[in-house]
Design a protein around this ligand. Structure first.
Ligand code: FAD
Length: 400
């Protein structure tokens, strides 16, 4: 068993961090001021191979696997957390769901451009009625009308919906059939009328990479864009969230590491009573907890990624890693804020920003309570978290 990253993955993750420092950070203030979506940066990231690790080379991917996905997600999030979203929308939840569930035509039409960063992706599951019970609260309907479906309803918090060219969106084809009435669709918001997105203002998070309220008014989806069969939607969504938890957990590790790095730096520089504060044991206690938490969270994420890389069930490991990594990142953000004291609140330092993104990751792909339910029911023998057949087209058993 190896507890370090393979050399080529570690080198690529370093290159990602350097790209974020040199190409992303210097250009971001202009986008933040205008609120414009940074398409050219996303396309550059795509061209550099940031989004292709979970995809085979014939689709433009790198086939580097899920450990690479985790390492890249961590590296981006550590330096530029606002671009962490891209690992989901361009590299996992949107394109991987199409790859995992789509037919050959759908995969060829949508996946290569998404992972190249040429088309912007989104994943639209949550509705205003509550994200923790996405299936039970779903009101959006899809009604078949000849060669198309007509979608009506609304979605909430949909990241990149205001910029998206392609998305995976869930709606009810049978209103009264609970989970079994949900169907997944590949949608093209710019191609058909009836799709509107309103940015949700959120202090502390990016103004140019945003989440949105979405309104669907007789929005058309060609029947050829249905993902799987009618009624498969819930299985598609749960499978997508399992893989989404990989990027979200790795992004949380990136933020925990960023808080630790900043806190160590500041503790070595800030002098109080003629000594750097890092020499005080109570500060060392905080740093020790942050370092240990970050290390443990990273190992849990790598275990999840390794299970995915060997085609094994990974849902239990994914929930545990997501839960722990976010709690670790929350503790790291709180520890950094304590060490920075008044300066944690100053715009000059990134602690406020890190804290805001940790809070965002806390709800993405399921809140702490949602993970606790899954983990607790599994541990108690009520519901085996890994009971579903593996669906992982990159590394798992063949999918018909
Ligand atoms: C910035 C941002 C970006 C997002 N991007 C996307 C996206 O791109 N696509 C998408 O589909 N969604 C997205 N989401 C939505 C996200 O997945 C949801 O916010 C999340 O699922 C929680 O749903 P909710 O906010 O409606 O909280 P609720 O479901 O209303 O939960 C409120 C509280 O109740 C608790 N709770 C709920 N049920 C139980 C229970 N049974 N037992 C105990 N406690 C419970 C929760 O843990 C939480 O503490 C995003 C959210 C944010 C904030």
């Amino acid at each position: 068993m190896d507890f370090t990253l393979p050399e080529e993955i570690a080198a690529f993750a370093d290159a990602v961090a350097r790209f974020a420092e040199n190409e992303i950070l210097p250009t971001m203030s202009a986008f933040e001021e205008s609120g414009e979506f940074p398409r050219e940066i996303v396309e550059k990231m795509g061209a550099a191979g940031f989004f292709g690790a979970a995809f085979p080379e014939n689709l433009g991917g790198t086939d580097a696997g899920f450990v690479a996905v985790a390492a890249i997600s961590e590296a981006i999030s550590r330096v530029a957390p606002e671009f962490g979203y891209c690992m989901n929308m361009q590299g996992m939840t949107c394109p991987f769901t199409i790859y995992n569930w789509g037919n050959a035509d759908q995969i060829a039409r949508f996946v290569p451009d998404l992972i190249a960063g040429k088309r912007i992706g989104m994943f639209a599951l949550t509705e205003p009625g509550g994200g923790s019970d996405a299936a039970g609260s779903m009101k959006t309907t899809a009604v078949r009308d000849g060669d198309v479906y007509r979608l009506n309803g609304s979605k909430q918090w949909i990241t990149f919906a205001n910029a998206a060219d392609v998305g995976v969106l869930f709606a009810k084809t049978e209103r009264d059939s609970g989970h079994r009435g949900i169907t997944a669709f590949i949608v093209e918001p710019k191609k058909y009328d009836g799709f509107a997105a309103d940015q949700i203002p959120m202090t502390g998070l990016s103004r140019s990479l945003t989440s949105n309220a979405v309104f669907l008014d007789d929005f058309q989806v060609p029947a050829a864009n249905r993902l799987g069969e009618e009624g498969d939607g819930f299985r598609v969504a749960m499978n997508a969230l399992e893989f989404g938890r990989l990027t979200v957990s790795a992004r949380a590790v990136g933020l925990a590491q960023a808080c630790l790095d900043e806190a160590v730096n500041y503790s070595n520089q800030r002098v109080i009573r003629s000594r750097p504060i890092g020499e005080y044991q109570m500060v060392q206690h905080l740093i020790a907890d942050m370092a240990t938490d970050t290390d443990a969270a990273r190992l849990m994420v790598l275990r999840m990624a390794s299970l995915m890389d060997t085609g094994q069930p990974a849902n239990r490991a994914a929930s545990r890693a997501k839960y722990f990594a976010v709690e670790a990142a929350k503790r790291a953000a709180a520890g950094a804020a304590e060490i920075f004291a008044g300066y944690a609140l100053a715009d000059e330092y990134p602690i406020k920003k890190y804290t805001a993104y940790v809070n965002m990751l806390a709800v993405g792909e399921g809140t702490a309570n949602v993970q606790r339910i899954l983990i607790g029911e599994d541990a108690l023998g009520i519901k085996d978290a890994d009971r579903h057949p593996v669906r992982n087209r990159l590394r798992g058993p063949a999918v018909e």
